[in-house]
Design a binder for this molecule. Structure first.
Ligand code: NOJ
Length: 749
């Protein structure tokens, strides 16, 4: 039996970061001197100009005057390297001080080679694959001159109605912290001033994912303790990983829009975490403070944003217009503007832009074979096997004819997912093309999509697909969401499959042939009915450029599914918010509650028991957080703790045996959850604290260990202090957030 040790990705980085810090400190001192030197030569207008970000007008002439006057610090959405160089040349050679522009773009899950949407990547529970994906995105984007991406999005999202859940890592604070840090490291590379490094921008600071009712841009109400325990840690982890920029969010939390929120931007980000990079507002989130009713006019917008700690304004142009007057009136101090400009220049220096402002116009590293291979592997690891009755998957050699149906089987644009500005559908490999290529003449493929796109209602098309499916041994049904149905402003109140897709699956199931349903979507959908009638369900999210080959590999067993749900799948929308790390309540559900159809007529008021559940949906979700099957099976046993009683400075070692009890090699994502039993404030029933991917051959057993410093049990308590409170803890090592046997330990004073 082998012993393998598992370290927390973030912990592994700690020694590294501190030695990086040592070397960068010296470089930083030199940079600080240069920053001061330029700052001392800048006019007020030039300073304010650095704080202005415009979206490319497309036409260089229109922008050149502004750049010459020093009225622009950054441009977003310009991706033509020739134009990027031309604009940069104006800044370097024709503006008075020759300060380079910072060219930005939303490179969210790939530039040209598109990786699975971030929610899909999170399902891999593999920070390395996420880091590699971000590195590749940076290499491709920087090869056309982009040096700043607005990613990672690390908003905790517990409401799949919110379209932007696709862009983040799901509901969990720890998983999002690990994945977000990995993305920051991938984008920024080993050294920020390498020409292939791009500045990362953790967003949206903060709480945006808790938008009321899952409606984008909506208000949030997150009290400070929850903010600190749940929403802030991924951002703190991103700062620790070296993130150089931050973006404010659109929401007002408890009445204060983030773009005007001194507490989060100054007290937390700058003072507590020591962030010294750029804070940029989101697109017009500064001027939208007028709509919020937080600022009366553009003058108040500029005043409140800058005084709160925003350094750069994205597109709404109030800084350039209003700051000179505000400084004259003493409503904004020039020293505040100086600090903002310092932050901006510092990052431009760290990126090496002063020395190396131009991009090679002919060397573009796009769609490299190694990039496509990494995207394929990421898509493999992002897919979650939700059901596999009678081992219908992987498909056996006895399957001679397959029917490929459904609107997502051959939808190259749709499978790329949201936030794809630069990826091209012509380069996308769909499941249909991959299956045909993989099978050659060995298996007959009957293709009849039935529906042309996910929202289509077309009973005749459904009937055609069903007829075609009748001729096959197995039906492969590709359903889900078009890419436009998730992402910014694309929220939904109904999470059932759109259009006639539900009808299609039901009709296919009636043929009696096994239906393998593959879902490609931007969020968890309420697919209970489809799961029930399908023999197998593979949830692939929007898998990106290489989704097709990845899915074909998984269906035919050239790869084995390993993904786990990064977010709880609700049975129905009315259960939302539904997430595993909830508090227990005074009357927790017992799961033995009487459900709607079993309630006797004229039942007495208290006869159902008084617990916290829905009479129609019960208590449990469709699939819990952390859930996913494999083509093999795993058994956990022999969970041991290094000690049952620990001090705050101790490190708890948890060991357990993990055995592959099936007949295939497979990878299991083992998870460690903890519950703080009694606190000065109530604590979640479980919190993920560690995870690891373990690959085992059939019959192989490994002893795996997790190291968990007791200090990581700290939380923001009744006194709003981050402490580990002494007392009893429960601990589970398990395959998901709902299984595993509880073991106990104590933390003592
Ligand atoms: C608005 C979005 O909220 C943000 O995420 C994005 O980075 C900016 N627009 C820039 O496109």
């Amino acid at each position: 039996m082998k012993v393998i040790k598992v370290f927390f990705a973030g912990l592994l980085l700690l020694p590294l970061t501190s030695c990086v810090q040592e070397t960068t400190k010296k470089g930083d001192e030199a940079i600080e001197r240069k920053v001061e030197s330029i700052l001392s030569r800048m006019t007020l207008e030039e300073k304010i100009g650095q704080m202005n970000q415009i979206s490319s007008y497309g036409n260089i002439g229109d922008m050149s005057n502004l750049i010459k006057k020093g009225e622009v610090g950054s441009i977003l959405n310009e991706v033509d390297p020739v134009r990027i160089n031309a604009l940069q040349r104006i800044a370097m050679e024709e503006s008075r001080l020759g300060i380079p522009l910072l060219m930005a773009r939303d490179v969210i899950h790939g530039f040209k080679t598109i990786f699975p949407i971030p929610l899909g990547q999170a399902a891999s529970f593999n920070p390395q694959i996420v880091k590699d994906g971000a590195r590749i995105a940076a290499i491709e984007a920087s090869s056309v001159g982009i040096r700043w991406t607005f990613a990672p999005m690390i908003d905790i999202a517990r409401d799949p109605r919110w379209g932007r859940i696709a862009e983040g890592c799901g509901e969990d604070t720890y998983l999002t912290s690990v994945m977000g840090a990995a993305m920051v490291e991938g984008f920024q590379g080993d050294s920020l001033n390498s020409p292939t490094s791009i500045a990362a921008c953790p967003k949206h600071f903060v709480g945006y994912g808790a938008a009321e009712g899952g409606r984008d841009y909506n208000s949030t109400f997150i009290p400070e303790r929850r903010l600190r325990n749940v929403y802030l840690p991924p951002f703190e982890a991103a700062v620790k990983a070296g993130a150089t920029t931050f973006m404010t969010s659109f929401n007002d939390n408890d009445g204060v829009p983030s773009t005007g929120n001194t507490f989060i931007l100054k007290d937390v980000l700058r003072r507590e975490w020591g962030f010294d990079g750029i804070v940029v507002s989101d697109w017009a989130s500064a001027s939208e403070m007028i709509n919020h009713g937080f600022a009366a006019d553009s003058k108040e917008v500029a005043m409140k944003s800058v005084n709160a700690g925003v350094d750069m304004e994205m597109v709404s142009y109030t800084f350039v217009k209003e700051l000179p007057g505000l400084i004259k009136e003493g409503k904004v101090k020039e020293s505040t503007v100086n600090d903002a400009v310092r932050n901006i220049l510092r990052i431009k220096y760290r990126l090496g832009l002063f020395d190396n402002p131009y991009v090679d116009e002919k060397q573009h590293v796009l769609y490299a074979p190694s990039h496509l291979e990494a995207a394929r592997q990421a898509a493999v690891e992002s897919a979650i096997l939700l059901k596999n009755d009678k081992d219908v998957l992987p498909l056996q050699a006895s399957v001679r004819t397959v029917a490929v149906v459904g609107p997502m089987a051959n939808a190259p644009y749709e499978q790329l997912g949201t936030w794809v500005f630069d990826g091209e559908k012509a380069r996308t490999q769909t499941p249909l093309s991959a299956i045909r290529e993989m099978l050659g003449d060995r298996v007959q493929v009957i293709y009849e999509p039935g529906l042309a796109y996910s929202r289509e209602k077309n009973p005749a098309g459904v009937a055609k697909a069903v007829a075609a499916a009748g001729r096959a041994d197995v039906i492969l049904a590709f359903v889900g969401e078009e890419s436009i149905l998730s992402g910014e402003a694309h929220c939904l109140a109904d999470l059932n499959l759109q259009g006639d897709q539900g009808t299609l699956i039901a009709a296919l199931a009636k043929t009696g042939k096994p239906v393998v349903t593959v879902v490609m979507a931007g969020r968890p959908l309420t697919i209970g009915k489809e799961v029930e009638v399908s023999a197998a369900v593979l949830y692939a999210f929007h898998p990106g450029t290489m989704g097709g080959p990845a899915i074909a590999d998984l269906l035919w067993g050239r790869a084995v599914p390993s993904g786990k749900t990064p977010v709880t799948f609700p049975k129905m929308v009315g259960q939302i918010p539904v997430y595993y790390a909830h508090n227990n309540t005074g009357r927790p559900a017992t799961r033995t509650e009487t459900l709607l159809n079993d309630i006797p007529v004229e039942a007495g008021q208290t006869s159902l028991g008084n617990t916290s559940f829905y009479m129609d949906a019960g208590f449990d979700p469709l699939f819990p957080f952390g859930y996913g099957l494999s083509y093999t099976t795993f058994e956990y046993s022999n969970v041991k703790l290094s000690s049952a009683t620990l001090k705050r400075e101790d490190v708890l070692t948890v060991t357990f045996d993990l055995e592959n009890t099936g007949r295939r090699e497979g990878t299991e994502i083992a998870q460690l959850y903890v519950q703080d039993k009694v606190g000065s404030v109530t604590r979640p029933v479980k919190e993920l604290k560690r995870f690891t991917r373990v690959t085992l051959k059939p019959g192989e057993k490994k002893n795996v260990s997790f190291e968990l410093p007791v200090s990581e049990l700290a939380f923001w308590n009744i006194d709003m202090a981050r402490v580990v409170e002494a007392g009893d803890f429960g601990l589970w090592v398990a395959a998901d957030s709902q299984s595993g046997e509880e073991v106990f330990f104590k933390v003592t004073d």
